[in-house]
Design a protein around this ligand. Structure first.
Ligand SMILES: CC(C)(COP(=O)(O)OP(=O)(O)OC[C@H]1O[C@@H](n2cnc3c(N)ncnc32)[C@H](O)[C@@H]1OP(=O)(O)O)[C@@H](O)C(=O)NCCC(=O)NCCS
Length: 270
């Protein structure tokens, strides 16, 4: 399948050469009715600051991959229309290609089992600014009525200096581009905020990141730590997983001891 036709799109989304041919195949014929419906759903949210991603029980992954590929240029145009730097827009949309590469590690094939997560980006209010991603959403619990949800993309280490820079960039970015939606608080919901991690790996970057946040509560999320550490869906065959890094050992030893990994929900003042 010819991939050069889509070179610009694949560059925007950071689609790797490995995934390019299958993406091009999806774009080779006009979109079917399901793809059009998926694109309509994204169009209805573009510019509207939705909190939740699109979910669908019986959705076909291929339908959503094609819809995301076709819709992303409209999100890019939306960003540009807001005066957002093309490189920031591209860095934000590049999560599409990253998630495809992760999908290959998880499932050993082309796909996008995280397509639903990417529908957030397609609403136009989630940006990668330096090391972190920031999602501008309404939140009545905070005085200004708005909050930044923080996400941590996989992209090498998470040094405190990079995190500092990223938060500083976010403060300036949102104040400049969304002055009517002032944010003073950022929130994070992540396995990385499980206090067990900071106890067991106190000198790690993950612990330093978690300590920035005030922990509001924890909820059970048994398989999150396994997914993000090993890129395995589900809790099967844990004995076969490697124990090379301290994180790998901590994740598995807690489960061996009968513990349950948590999702920590925290906030910090920007
Ligand atoms: C978050 C992340 C960037 C942290 O990476 P980091 O800065 O290298 O992490 P730390 O310095 O705190 O690592 C401490 C130890 O854990 C190991 N480690 C960190 N992340 C790891 C991973 N994903 N898989 C295996 N080991 C990992 C490090 O190698 C180090 O091991 P060592 O003590 O044996 O040398 C990384 O874990 C990652 O990319 N995770 C996936 C994305 C994610 O979880 N996002 C949050 C979703 S809610």
């Amino acid at each position: 399948m010819e991939t050069s036709t889509h070179a610009e799109l694949f560059k925007l989304l950071d689609i790797s050469p490995e995934d390019a041919a299958e993406c091009a195949a999806l774009l080779a014929s006009p979109p079917d009715a399901d793809v059009v419906l998926a694109m309509d759903a994204m169009q209805g949210r573009l510019g509207s600051f939705p909190l939740r991603s699109i979910t669908a029980e019986d959705a076909s992954e291929a339908t959503w991959i094609e819809a995301l590929l076709r819709f992303a240029p409209l999100v890019h145009a939306h960003h540009v229309g807001l005066g957002i730097d093309v490189d920031i827009s591209a860095a934000s949309l590049a999560d599409v290609g990253l998630q495809m590469r992760i999908n290959r590690r998880v499932h050993g094939r082309f796909g996008l089992d995280t397509w639903s997560w990417l529908t957030l980006h397609m609403a136009g209010n989630l940006f990668r600014l330096g090391r972190l991603q920031f999602h501008l959403v309404p939140d009545d619990r905070h005085a200004s009525g708005w909050v930044l949800g923080v996400h941590i993309p996989e992209d090498g280490g998470l040094s405190p200096a990079m995190v500092d820079d990223s938060f500083a960039e976010a403060k300036a970015f949102f104040a400049h581009h969304f002055p009517g939606k002032p944010v003073t608080v950022a929130t994070c919901d992540s396995w990385m905020l499980d206090p067990y991690l900071a106890e067991r790996l106190p000198n790690s970057n993950i612990a330093a990141f978690a300590r920035r946040f005030t922990l509001d509560r924890c909820t059970d999320a048994a398989s999150d730590a396994v997914y993000f550490t090993f890129r395995q869906r589900g809790m099967q065959d844990l004995a076969k997983l490697p124990r090379n890094t301290s994180l790998q050992r901590v994740v598995l030893e807690r489960i061996d001891d009968g513990g349950t990994w948590q999702l920590g929900h925290g906030h910090l003042a920007l």
